[in-house]
Ligand binder design. Sequence first.
Ligand SMILES: NC(=O)c1ccc[n+]([C@@H]2O[C@H](COP(=O)([O-])OP(=O)(O)OC[C@H]3O[C@@H](n4cnc5c(N)ncnc54)[C@H](OP(=O)(O)O)[C@@H]3O)[C@@H](O)[C@H]2O)c1
Length: 248
Amino acid sequence: MNRYFVAGGTSGIGRQCTFELLRRGDEVVAIGRGDEHAEDLRQSVPASLRPLLTVVVGDLTDVATARQVVTAGNPGPVAGLVNSVGCISVGGIETETPERWKSTIATNLDSAFNITQALLPRLRQSSGSSIVNVSSICSRRPCESLSYSVSKAALDMFTMHLAKDLARYSIRVNSVNPGVVKTNLQLGSGLFEDKAAYERWLKEMAALHPLGGGSVEDVASAVLFLLGRGSTWITGTVLAVDGGRAVA
Ligand SMILES: NC(=O)c1ccc[n+]([C@@H]2O[C@H](COP(=O)([O-])OP(=O)(O)OC[C@H]3O[C@@H](n4cnc5c(N)ncnc54)[C@H](OP(=O)(O)O)[C@@H]3O)[C@@H](O)[C@H]2O)c1
């Protein structure tokens, strides 16, 4: 049994990672921003797996909160961290507001910095721990939001920089860069009026991915590969998990 932290582990891609880690018998500390998805996760986990799960609610853009969060769960070494916190915006240089720009960069980038830095001492206690950052294909292929694309491009560099820095501790650091999958990201960020509009958009997006639409399971299986023993000589990788969207 190993112990993992999943930042953004209460919803979408992170929630799927939480479930898959619990199913294989690992301990998970799942962190989300709000009570609704946190409570839903608690209720959805089978009773037999609940002792393995700690759910924490906190805003990881806040340094003090991140430092507090990393004390959650049982003490001791941590085998891995998944950074799956995120929000999305819309708009380019002419329409993006300074407020949205700041909050998108803070959510997608500061939260990863804050929790990674705070958790590092516990990651160093484990032999061969692994960090996986959930980036996006928008890091290399600008999408409709300037702040989102820029935050993800920076997250890729965060991955590469940390891979170089932390190899001395045998800590590996990689990114997965998903295409569009159905989660709470777009609705939670207020991009669509209602679920019907979101579903229509998902269909349009699926058609733009050469292999068709993907799922949170597709992304989580790549995350688990990069967390696990099958990838022990892989670090600094930015792995597209996007049904070919990046090359279409
Ligand atoms: N879905 C896609 O199509 C897609 C594509 C490419 C990349 N991604 C990336 O995948 C990652 C996961 O997104 P998702 O699609 O799974 O979205 P999601 O369902 O909205 O999950 C995001 C998670 O992050 C948490 N969170 C947001 N802000 C936070 C904060 N300040 N502090 C702590 N937790 C916070 C959310 O908590 P609450 O739910 O309580 O707010 C939730 O648990 C993101 O980085 C996103 O950019 C998603």
